[in-house]
Write a protein that binds this ligand. Structure first.
Ligand code: FAD
Length: 304
């Protein structure tokens, strides 16, 4: 790691040692990363990946950490955060449409606001999803009938050795809360998103109605990573968990939200072990009562 650290300091990135991942996840949970690197340009990100590959250093990529549970032992190797890669521009305008080009660290809510300010419709659903564009591509994030994958024209990507290539939206294998990026062997660097022209007032009104629905139904005042489990075929995870009588079930500092049973919330000093134990109890009980398997939506990294 010392060799990596010495060379990484020559790259345009903020480098921190033994950085607690609880400061970089919406759950506020997670042990220390040996090295936490925040490149300030796509070039610097590629250089960090190349350096890590050359020296055989393990890499974990994170965006805003809003779909992430980092285990209590933290991460051996380097965590690369994309949060400083926030460039956004209109790349192309045509009759009735425009293409936005955005770097992977742009927060989805900012991207939705950028689209609205330019009277572009299609990203209204994304305003309340607190992750970055890269994380959204990995998870094929969506809400209220919209999903990011449907808007993607192409993505400039690289592999974990820093070799860059382009992929069209159709090549990214978007599915329900997954894409090629879920395999963890490639990185979305920047993305072209195609939107249609709309009326700014209509776009604003739709965004506000989605935001109101979230405020009403989701525990937005508590640390969480959004929906804990994927929607099982033919069911809603939150309803199954609620019908199983599990609202409010608590392990240590982790609790099944009383407001929305689909969310596990950190009610104070929860550990990753608390969350994982609670997830196990919930999945077992739902299987026992309804014979439905729950699959975790939140991604888990790091060591026990
Ligand atoms: C209150 C709340 C509400 C939420 N509501 C929704 C919702 O309505 N719909 C929804 O889909 N999700 C929702 N989420 C979950 C989360 O915000 C999304 O999954 C989001 O897309 C994750 O983005 P992120 O940047 O935080 O990714 P992270 O959590 O940092 O990472 C998630 C995965 O993406 C990978 N990744 C990150 N950046 C890149 C990149 N550039 N290239 C390749 N892979 C990358 C990581 O390696 C990791 O595997 C919610 C979360 C919270 C806390």
């Amino acid at each position: 790691m010392d060799g990596f650290l010495e060379k990484a300091c020559e790259i345009d990135a903020q480098i921190l040692k033994n950085e607690r991942m609880s400061a970089h996840t919406s759950f506020h949970i997670g042990g220390p990363a040996d090295i936490f690197a925040q490149p300030v340009s796509v070039d610097a990100l590629i250089k960090l990946l190349k350096l890590a590959a050359d020296l055989g250093v393990h890499v974990e990529l994170v965006g805003a950490g809003t779909n992430l549970l980092v285990r209590d032992g933290g991460v051996r190797g380097v965590v690369i955060s994309t949060r400083r890669l926030c460039g956004v521009k209109i790349a192309e305008c045509g009759s009735g449409y425009a293409v936005i080009e955005a770097e992977c660290g742009v927060p989805l809510p900012s991207l939705a606001v950028f689209a609205r300010e330019n009277s572009l419709s299609g990203l209204e659903f994304a305003q309340g999803i607190p992750g970055t564009l890269g994380g959204a591509l990995c998870m094929n994030a969506g809400a209220y009938g919209g999903v990011i994958g449907e808007l993607v024209e192409s993505v400039y990507c690289c592999d974990l050795s820093g070799n860059a290539f382009m992929k069209t939206g159709a090549e990214l294998e978007f599915g329900y809360r997954k894409s090629v990026f879920s395999r963890g062997d490639s990185v979305a660097l920047s993305t072209r998103i195609r939107l249609v022209r709309g009326e700014k007032d209509d776009i604003s009104a739709l965004m506000e109605s989605y935001a109101a629905r979230r405020r009403e139904t989701q525990p937005l005042d508590m640390p969480s990573a959004g929906s804990t489990f994927k929607r099982p075929e033919g069911h809603f995870a939150g309803k199954l968990i609620s019908d199983a009588g599990l609202k409010g079930t608590t392990v240590g500092g982790a609790q099944v939200s009383r407001k929305h049973a689909g969310f596990v919330v950190n009610i104070g000093n929860a550990t990753a072990a608390d969350v994982l134990n609670l997830c196990g109890i919930v999945a077992d009980e739902v299987k026992r009562k309804f014979d439905v398997e729950l699959e975790r939506e939140i991604r888990v990294i790091g060591e026990d």
